[in-house]
Each structure stands twice: as structure tokens, then as C-alpha cells.
Design a protein around this ligand. Sequence first.
Ligand code: URA
Ligand code: CA
Length: 447
Amino acid sequence: MASINMLSIITKKKFGEELTDEEIRYFVEAAATGSAPDYQLAALLMAIRLNGMTPRETTSLTLAMTRSGDVADLSSIPGIKVDKHSTGGVGDTTTLILAPLVAACGVPVAKMSGRGLGHTGGTLDKLESIPGMSVSVSEEDFLRQVREIGIAVIGQTGQLAPADKTLYALRDVTGTVDSLPLIAGSIMSKKLAAGSDAIVLDVKTGSGAIMQTLEGSIALARTMVDIGKLAGKPVEAVVTGMEQPLGTHIGNALEVKEAIDVLSGRTQGDLLEVSLLLGAHMLVLAGKAASIEEGEDKLREALSTGRGLEKLREMIRAQGGDPRVADDLSLLPKAAVIRDVPVGKAGIIQKMDTTALGLAAQAMGAGRVRKTDPIDYAAGYVLRVRIGDKVGPEDVLCTLHASTEAIADQAEQAIRDAIVIGEEPVKRPPLWYAVVTQQGTKMHDEV
Ligand code: URA
Ligand code: CA
């Protein structure tokens, strides 16, 4: 057999042929070590984007990427550790709500989160808007914190899936992000390397999601659950709606505020409901609840007794932050310009371009355009309307939180452009569409 090289692998995939495990390992190794030039890696990524991968190839890619770096060892933490991952959304603050609630129910949460990416927010950036809060914690301190208080949410320790770091950066600039096998491999390699015993995936669908069609989202969920099965790890996925931002607050300190409002029992709604649903799946996988209903009940009790909020306080204190923010929201960063934007006309909210809504917050400084950009933690907005709402001209469309009037003006225009107001009555979109487990796929309307 001819020896493997990047050109032979690219040529094979160009003609839609199936790559061997050895060829996939060669490619991943090249990405991790830098032994192949970016243009060859990028050419192969495009061939994969255009010609796809079989389930065997996708699993092989994922496992090779997992093995390209460290695999976290959580075995010193007693109990079943369940991780949760979202494919990325707008106003999607479920981690800050469900992690304390799940921990309050006795399931250890040892979570490594990410930063904002494109139009989507990141848990680490949100946490860093809390005065003093650190997400750079050594592995030793991370493990000790989870053993002592049952919860830690931090940035990656060690080198998890370094091949993904290279490949993701190349995909971002070569139009190859939206590839099902590449997304599945990217997410699952990092989740498998993070060392938990089981994983709950929140796969978004709709205008703010990486996979915007329901069909594509379910296929992505199915692929990732199947990878879990082959890797010997229980994985379940819930396909949830991203036709509009999940919560009402978009921006880092604003999303922390909303999470605290929810954990304090002051705010209900879609963000709480999806957090409970995902959290209940975590409790079931951890063996702490026999059904989703029982799991949701336990989480609601942790919320109403204040045990969830107390867990958040404990975590903030343990990571150097000021735990008084849980009771005094004025301690969070505050924008110089805060102003209401009126809807300006009468009608019914028809639909939203949720990606554009996320980009509007990013442009205000809530996210980075370049990796090295600083974040304006106070920047963002509160969206006051949801799909299906009947509105009048005087009603408030959103409340902007900006550093300058000019930035607020730009955001106002972007948000107006992203929201369609019309005459037709519109049904509120469902919170979730399908649950994908190793046993099969259950659609919401079958439940
Ligand atoms: N999130 C990831 O980590 N990787 C992807 O490819 C897409 C979303
Ligand atoms: Ca329910």
C-alpha cells in the first residue's frame, strides 16, 4: 500500500470515498501537531463539508480528536458526573441556572465551559462579568472545589482536543463550519475529553442555531448521541428552539442578572423551562430521578427553597467573586446609556432573525469580533417582545445598555431590522422539538 499523505487523503475525499481510520488519524495528528500546512488541512475540510462522512468516519474523527490531547480525570470526585453542552444560542443562559440547581440536588457539576463565538454568547464571559470572579482554575483546585461544594464552572484545564482548536479556527475562515460531521466531531471530542460519565446535549434549531432546519438539527443530535454510544458513554440530546433568544436578556452582565432573577424566583418563562428540562435529563442520567417529571420537580424544589441560588453564591465565592451579587444586582457592571426603544407600530411579532440579534449584541461589545477584542460586560439589551405577541406603537421593543449613544443607535437599527412585525396571528414556537436518546428519537408532539 502506498504510504499515507495529506494529498492522497484529500484526493480520496474529493471523490467522495470513505477514509480509513488510519487516514483520519493521520489528518487529526497533522492538525494537532502542525505537521501539515493549513492549506492542505483546509482543502480536506472543504472536501468533507461537500462530500460528508459516514457514521464510522465521523466516530473515527471524533475519537482521534479526543485522543489528540489530555482527557480530564474526574475520578477523585465521588458520584456520577453529568456534563451539559449547548450547540450555541442567543440569550441562552441555561448553564448559570441549571448548574447550581443540579448541584443543589446532589449531582456534582464539574464543568468546563467556553467563550462567546460569533453571534452566540459564552458562559465564561458571562461569569467574568461578576466582580472578582475567576474562571482560570488549576486542575487540582477545580477537583477540590467540586469535592467540597459540588460545583465548579471554569475554562479548560490542560490541552483538551488541541486538533479541534486548529481545525475550528480554519473552519471559521474557510466556510466549513456548517458541516454535520465536523460539528459533531468538534463538540463530542471536547465533551469526551472533559471526562464526565454522561452528557446532555442541547441542540438548538431555528434562525439563531448552527443548524437552522429541524431536520438538520435532529440529524446532528442523532450523530452525536451515536458517537456517545460507540464511545461507551450515555449521551442524550434535546432539540430546542432558537427561533428567538431563549431568555430576554442578551449580553454578559445582563444574562447573569437574568439567571439570578430566575434562581431567586422573580422570573419565569422559556429560559427557566428549558433549563429545567435539560437539568431533569441530567438528574435522570445521574440516577437521581426516575423520570423527567420527577427531575423537574426536584429542580423546582431546589429553586423555591433557595438552595439553587445558595449554590451559585458558593461557587462565586469559591472562584474569587463577590457572592453579594446574588442579592444585590447593582454590584454588576452597568452601562452608561440605558434607554427604551419603542416598537413604533402596531401588529403581531411574526419572526426574528436570531443570528442578527446575537450579532447586534456582539457589535455593542458583548462579544468579540477578533479573538483578542476586549468585552464590554455591561453591553447588550433586554428584548421586551416574543414571537406571537400583539404590540402597539408605544410598547417597548427593547431596552438598550450601551457605552455610547452612537452604539445604542446602531444597535437599535440592527434589532429593528431583525424583527418582523405583521398582521397575521402567529403561534408561539414550542420550547423543544425532539429528544434523541440511544434508544431512539421522540418528537415533542408524540409525547
Ligand atoms: N461548537 C463547537 O464547539 N464546534 C462546532 O463545530 C460548532 C459549535
Ligand atoms: Ca414537564
